[in-house]
Design a protein around this ligand. Structure first.
Ligand code: G3P
Ligand code: CA
Length: 239
């Protein structure tokens, strides 16, 4: 077998368990992921919760915007398999106990990105053990990255993008990013080399085929996000 980049469990192990739930993160740990990625947004009463979509419909038995419900109301919903929507605090506690490194993605809720980053990083700063790798903070939102830089200047930041914007060098300078987290399908060898030559790490999302992960490793990608860490570890192929 060829080498694999380190695996980042995407929303835990989203292809195997209800995404962004405690069960999903525990499964990613069981499957040997050294790190997990999850999405953070705010409840109506401004509690950071771990949930991907801006609405509840796809992943719960509720409906409408996440930001319209309080934490108590969100907690009454089923996020799949009887799991509830976890708070950021709950997810960080599990990751601490399972010795998982973390990538906190701040979701770009229009108008709330900076507040989400601030509240999330204040919580993470209070509970994350100082003897563990610092959380990687990423976002598609430039406002969130600016807020993250202000609240936790020494924590690594990743600029998230489907593909590299033309002004990427300027953006990574402004937000003092250490990584570019990019859609894997766009990552040619030339592009990876160009980014690495600028001193940045390249992280690729979302990779569910072992052969693709191996190719990205040879191109110099530091780590890949996967919904199916089981397939990558065992060398099987998903459709
Ligand atoms: O962080 C990588 C990836 O999670 C970004 O896209 O839509 O899955 O949050 P999305
Ligand atoms: Ca994400």
């Amino acid at each position: 077998m060829l080498p694999l980049p380190p695996l980042i469990g995407h929303r835990g192990a989203a292809g195997l368990a209800p995404e962004n739930t405690l069960e999903s993160f525990a499964l990613a740990a069981d499957l040997g992921c050294p790190m997990v990625e999850f999405d953070v947004r705010l409840s109506a009463d401004r509690v950071p919760v771990v949930f991907h979509d801006d609405t509840l419909d796809r992943c719960t038995d509720g409906s409408g915007p996440v930001a319209a419900l309080t934490l108590a109301q969100l907690k009454r919903l089923d996020a799949g398999g009887g799991q509830s929507i976890p708070t950021l605090t709950e997810v960080l506690a599990l990751c601490r106990d399972r010795r998982l490194a973390v990538n906190i993605e701040i979701k770009p809720d229009v108008g709330a990105e900076a507040e989400t980053a601030r509240l999330a990083l204040e919580i993470a700063g209070a509970v994350w053990p100082t003897d563990r790798p610092l959380p990687l903070v990423s976002s598609f939102s430039h406002r969130a990255l600016a807020s993250a830089r202000q609240v936790a200047p020494h924590w690594p930041r990743g600029l998230l993008a489907e593909r590299l914007p033309k002004n990427w060098r300027r953006l990574v300078d402004i937000y003092e990013c250490k990584a570019l987290n990019l859609d894997h399908s766009w990552l040619t060898a030339t592009r990876v080399t160009e980014i690495k030559a600028a001193g940045l790490a390249v992280l690729a999302y979302t990779v569910n085929r072992r052969s693709r992960a191996e190719m990205l490793w040879f191109r110099g990608v530091l780590a890949v996000f996967s919904d199916r860490p089981d397939l990558l570890v065992r060398g099987e192929h998903s459709i």
